[in-house]
Every structure is written in C-alpha cells, then in structure tokens.
Design a protein around this ligand. Structure first.
Ligand code: ZN
Length: 226
C-alpha cells in the first residue's frame, strides 16, 4: 500500500502534493516515492572494476525501481529524488572512505551540453545529498560523441585524453564519484587525469552499475541496515 507520507518534513510533503507526483518507481499516485520503492533503493552494493582495474562500488544494480528513479532524476528533472538516491550513495561512500579519511570526493565532470539541458550536475547533487562536499577538480573538453550511443571499446576511445585536473594533487587521496557506471571508461579517464595531476585515486563509487557490468563481476549480498 503506497504511503501518502513519504517525507519527514511538512515542506517536502506539501511540495510533493503541489506537484501531484506519482511514484517514480511504480507509478502509484500522489507520492513521489512510495514506501516499497523507497525500500527498493536502499543499498544493495555491487562491486565492479573498470577496464583499467579501478575498483568501483555501486550502491544498486541499475535495474527496475532504481533505474526508473535514476532516469526520473536525470532525464525528467525530478530533483527531489536526489535526496533518497543520495542517501543510498552515501552509505557506500562512507563504507568505501572509512572513518577519518582525508580523501576528497571528486565527481566526474558533467558535459556542458548535459548541464545546459538539466541545469544541474547529477553526481554533485547526489554527493551533497550523500552528506559529502563535492570537490570539483576535473574539466572536460567540448565535443565527443554521446557515450550512451557507444560500445565498450568506442566509449574508451571517445573519452580518452579528454579530461584534465584544474589543480595539482601532491599525493592527496581521491574517491571518484559517478551516478551510473556502465563500461567504466569515464571513470578510467577521470582517474588518468587525476593521476597525471598528482592525485592518488584510491577507489570509485557510483549510485548504480548497469547489469552488463554486474554480470561479469561478483555481486555482494551485503545489505546495510542504515
Ligand atoms: Zn512505488
């Protein structure tokens, strides 16, 4: 039974009422995210590796409810979903970073065209809702094809050499953050650019990993209670 009280705060509840939203996960009326779908986006971590060997922990497999919620955030401007999705990312980020870490949380850069289209940067928005301060270090060249239309090898060629860091690292540890990891080519390029600048990329986290990615790796069965 979908709940009509998905939010803790009256303000958000009122806002979702004003938007007359239906659930992003299942389409139930009058709620932005019903209780069942909220449960479905709690972390179910998936560990994958990029082609370059960087370990990536994703909070969720990119499928069903999680995939629909992420598309609603990325493609339909439903930024209120950044809060529950960011909370899911936050759990794996804290796990990966450990306590007392000095690692910077660095989002992969958003292309100018994506930023123009949306008006927000998805990895940064998720990071803020994950309770972390994004450190924007990477810039990306204009041009290049849309990664969504390319295969694994093409994606790697399309992004290689296109990013650079705006600052020197001096050995500072970094955790890279992306919304969806597909082939891992973008994360590899981000890691390369940070490495060149003297940062030490220790890991990467993502909100979700595509099934193609999780098929060829081992899914962890770990489920966090918080
Ligand atoms: Zn639902």
């Amino acid at each position: 039974m979908p709940s009509s009280r998905p939010f803790r705060t009256i303000g958000a509840e009122l806002l979702s009422f004003l938007l007359a939203a239906d659930c992003a996960g299942c389409g139930s009326p009058e709620t932005l995210l019903c209780d069942d779908c909220r449960e479905a986006i709690r972390p179910r971590p998936v560990d994958v590796r990029t082609p370059g060997g960087l370990p990536v922990r994703a909070s969720l497999p990119f499928e069903s409810v999680a995939a629909r919620c992420i598309r609603r955030l990325k493609d339909e401007g439903e930024t209120l979903l950044a809060r529950p999705l960011g909370a899911s990312l936050g759990a794996v980020l804290r796990d990966t970073a450990g306590t007392g870490t000095k690692a910077l949380a660095v989002p992969v850069p958003t292309s100018r065209s994506s930023f123009r289209r949306r008006g927000y940067r998805v990895p940064e928005l998720l990071l803020r809702h994950a309770g972390a301060e994004p450190t924007r270090l990477l810039s990306t060249e204009r041009g290049g094809a849309d990664q969504r239309e390319l295969g694994v090898a093409q994606r790697a060629r399309n992004v290689h050499g296109r990013m650079w860091s705006t600052r020197r690292g001096r050995g500072r540890p970094v955790i890279l953050v992306d919304d969806i990891v597909t082939t891992g080519a973008t994360l590899d390029e981000a890691a390369r650019a940070l490495d060149v600048a003297g940062f030490r990329v220790v890991a990467a986290v993502a909100l979700a990993a595509t099934p193609r990615h999780s098929e060829r790796t081992v899914n962890t069965s770990e489920t966090r209670s918080k």
